[in-house]
Design a protein around this ligand. Sequence first.
Ligand SMILES: *[C@@H]1O[C@H](CO)[C@@H](O)[C@H](O)[C@H]1NC(C)=O
Ligand SMILES: *[C@@H]1O[C@H](CO)[C@@H](O)[C@H](O)[C@H]1NC(C)=O
Ligand SMILES: *[C@@H]1O[C@H](CO)[C@@H](O)[C@H](O)[C@H]1NC(C)=O
Length: 560
Amino acid sequence: MGLFRIVAIIFVFLCKTLAENKHPTILASILVRNKAHTLPYFLSNFESLNYPKDRISLWIRSDHNADNSLEIIRQWISSVKDKYHSINTEFIEDGVQYPDEQGPAHWTNERFDNIINLRETALNYARRLWADYLLTIDCDVFLTNPDTLNYLVSKNMTVIAPLLRSEGLYSNFWYGMTDDYYYQRTDEYTPVLYRENLGCFSVPMVHTCVLVNLRRKESDYLTYDPSKIEDFDGPHDDIIAFAISANKSGVSLNVCNELKFGYLTVPLEQNDHLGLDYAQMTNIKLEVLNEMNELYVSDLLKKFARDSPRKDTLGFDKIFMINLLRRPERRRRMRKCFDELGLEVDVIDAVDGKLLNESFLESIRFMPEFSDPYHKRPMKLGEIGCFMSHYNLWNEIVKERYETALILEDDIKFEPFFRHKVQNLMSEVRGIRNWDLVYFGRKRLQENDEPWVEGSNYLVHAGYSYWTLGYALSLRGARKLLQGDPLTRLVPVDEYLPILFDKHPMDSWKGYYPSRDLVAFSAAPLLVYPTHYTGETGYVSDTEDSVVVPEAVKTAREDL
Ligand SMILES: *[C@@H]1O[C@H](CO)[C@@H](O)[C@H](O)[C@H]1NC(C)=O
Ligand SMILES: *[C@@H]1O[C@H](CO)[C@@H](O)[C@H](O)[C@H]1NC(C)=O
Ligand SMILES: *[C@@H]1O[C@H](CO)[C@@H](O)[C@H](O)[C@H]1NC(C)=O
């Protein structure tokens, strides 16, 4: 390459860099009230957005706090004040409540007036500043995707919102609005929510995290104030006023779901207890842990992040988690999940099939029916290791006489409100005499109906099932599993359980186990699920990806 060409390339590169536009300026308006439990997460995520901070101004208002929201906000501001372009704040210290207010989720007219007024003030402040964009964002939003702002700006729309998820059907957009301006459920809603349809969608309502392009002339008529909208007879509500003013000025509201952006909590209803907000936070944190293995809180804000609730074993004598030493990332993730859930769990080193020695392998006998004539061994080493991990725990339960235990594997995710649901379930289980095993998670193999346990709301009689993701076991159940003497006619553990509760479809297999009186139920709906299903990215199975299984069984198991 000649010198001239090199110089030319450097020149072109420099010109390109210098000619690049700076990022548009954004005013972010943030309203804070009684959000000490979400603020550390909200602010940490907000701070890690990779949009240049010197192109962002902050407008923060906070009033009538009963918690330490203000302390958190102030600490954070003092640590970031030199990074953002400017920070405008107004904090009202005194008065914990508005007059007539009956709790944190009670919306009086005065409170609505206040919020309309604040939002409108922020909008006009942004206009006066000549900000290119206004971002309104509430602090129960967790933008886990640091590219969110860049993405939204790049879409070049007048009003745009990133799709945010909660643990239920709630989100920050509507796909339908009634004639009197209320939420309307439509068929288009869930495919967008669940990201089955991907893209940006023009919808009648976006809220909670919305970016408005103020360079557009059509944005001039947007307002949060219902009294400024001609012929408007709708409710006294900031987000409805905004949506209607947009519609009346021909501005479409867009929600985008091409990327996963983050989460939000469902607003509390008037009679809800603040505890529900904590439970929601737990759900969201677990979702984030499933997705990214990590729950980001900046060092500064760590001390404000709510401590895990005091840990217990949810009424079990022991909770065990089985984890292979060579899967430390799973162990870490599960430990974080237990911290969030307040579960006291004994982590058990799984038996690593790869490390089983020959003398041990020679000592066990496989079920002849199960044997594969072409291979020396009918089960994969991973499956043998998995069996032994569970088997050793059954032994321990019997040895230590634990009346009830919960056994969990390490690649699971938890149903929202897990603690609460386990408590409901187990209070029913305790009312049943002689229960042995209750599946918390499994793969149901026979779709024909499993009868409900009489009088129960959460329990069915378990049919043929695979997987041992999670199950509760009684002392009696553990004894029966050992008395079956499985090491003399071994099958994979998730075939063994259905054989012992006599729901295995292969009569010839069952014949090897004469005593099949395990009393097994399943939670309905289930309480734990696999983090990844077969074929999904990130799916790793330590049992199924390890050497050898016979064809017939293999075919059956590949349907998983
Ligand atoms: C953004 O949209 C405006 C108006 O529709 C258009 O004039 C402009 O070229 C667009 N900019 C980009 C970068 O696409
Ligand atoms: C305004 O609302 C009407 C009725 O729902 C709808 O048909 C129209 O597309 C909306 N306008 C915009 C710009 O979204
Ligand atoms: C083989 O493994 C078994 C079971 O893990 C163990 O008890 C035994 O000591 C091992 N034998 C040798 C020779 O390492």
